[in-house]
Design a binder for this molecule. Structure first.
Ligand SMILES: [Zn+2]
Ligand SMILES: [Zn+2]
Length: 108
C-alpha cells in the first residue's frame, strides 16, 4: 500500500484531503509524481533528486495519517500485505477495529 506523499513538503495527500485524480502531477524519469500544490511542483523541479531522496523511505500511518520515515515505523502483515504504522500502539489497535475502512481511506 503506497499512499502518495508530496515529495517536496512531505505531506501525505490523503491527510490533506487531496485526491489522486486532482493532485498536481509532474513526470520525472518516467514516473508520474503527485504533489499537494503547484508551488511544490515548481520547487521539486529545481532539485528533484534531493527531494526524492528525502522522502524515499517514508510511510503514511493508515490510522492517524502521519508521515514517518520507516526507521520510526512498525509494520504488520494484513492479508498478505505489509502495512506500516507510526509507533503509536493506539494506531495499531484502532486499525484492528476497522482495517478495511482505514485501508480504503489510505488508498483514496
Ligand atoms: Zn507539498
Ligand atoms: Zn499513527
Amino acid at each position: 500500500m503506497v499512499s502518495p506523499i508530496c515529495p517536496t513538503c512531505g505531506c501525505s495527500l490523503v491527510r490533506l484531503g487531496i485526491e489522486r485524480s486532482t493532485a498536481p502531477s509532474y513526470e520525472h524519469n518516467g514516473r508520474r509524481l503527485l504533489f499537494c500544490c503547484q508551488g511544490c511542483v515548481e520547487l521539486f523541479a529545481e532539485d528533484p533528486e534531493r527531494h526524492l531522496a528525502e522522502v524515499a523511505d517514508w510511510i503514511v500511518c493508515p490510522t492517524c495519517l502521519a508521515e514517518k520515515p520507516k526507521a520510526l515505523a512498525v509494520s504488520i502483515t494484513h492479508r498478505g500485505q505489509e502495512i506500516h504504522f507510526c509507533r503509536c500502539p493506539g494506531c495499531l489497535e484502532e486499525f484492528g477495529r476497522r482495517p478495511e475502512e482505514l485501508l480504503a481511506r489510505l488508498a483514496a
